[in-house]
Ligand binder design. Structure first.
Ligand SMILES: [Ca+2]
Ligand SMILES: [Ca+2]
Ligand SMILES: [Ca+2]
Length: 192
């Protein structure tokens, strides 16, 4: 009798197990988790420094030549500059300049200010130059020579001229026409 009961119990146990849900198995990751870091997007460029040309009247206090940075704007770079005579002479037409320009990160343009000297002489256009050299911080120099042009603000000088004349031989006298250009240069009273 006892064996029959045990057999019944095992049968019940088996039937119960058919209806019980299977224990949940731990899920396996389908693939290994990858980790990576996003690096700052930054193109490897070089800073290129170039100087432009400029014009100013000699009546202006300064003539500004601009130095431009192109390429990499992130690095601190510097460049030296020095003026050079052309038809304009340092000391009489402009004041010589030299020094260093430093471009901090994000700075793309810097001026070089050259004092202009006002004289009293009527002149043609005069020019001088500013040269760039010794770039630092990995920068290179593109256009190294800037031209400064100074325009004159003085009137042309007074000039006499005489015209030709033709008369018949029985006319008696010959008159020559003498002209004066820009008489205001001789006396301002003539122009009042
Ligand atoms: Ca001059
Ligand atoms: Ca002048
Ligand atoms: Ca002048």
């Amino acid at each position: 009798m006892r064996g029959l009961i045990d057999c019944w119990d095992r049968l019940c146990e088996f039937v119960r197990s058919l209806f019980e849900p299977e224990p949940e198995r731990p899920r396996r990751r389908p693939y290994k988790r990858l980790s990576f870091e996003v690096l700052e997007e930054r193109t490897l460029l070089t800073s290129t420094l170039s100087i432009g040309d400029a014009y100013s009247s000699e009546g202006s206090a300064y003539l500004d030549l601009l130095v431009y940075r192109s390429g990499d704007p992130y690095e601190t770079v510097s460049v030296s500059y020095q003026s050079e005579n052309g038809t304009a002479a340092a000391g009489s037409d402009y004041t010589a300049v030299s020094g260093n320009l430093t471009f901090n990160p994000g700075v793309m343009t810097l001026p070089i200010q050259v004092p202009v000297l006002n004289d009293l002489t009527h002149e043609e256009l005069e020019e001088f130059f500013v040269n760039l050299s010794n770039a630092t911080g990995g920068a290179i120099i593109g256009d190294s020579k800037g031209q400064g042009t100074i325009g004159d603000n003085d009137p042309s000088p007074a000039e006499f001229s005489i015209a030709d004349a033709t008369v018949d031989e029985d006319f008696g006298t010959v008159q020559f026409q003498v002209s004066l250009s820009n008489p205001c240069r001789l006396s301002r009273n003539l122009c009042r």
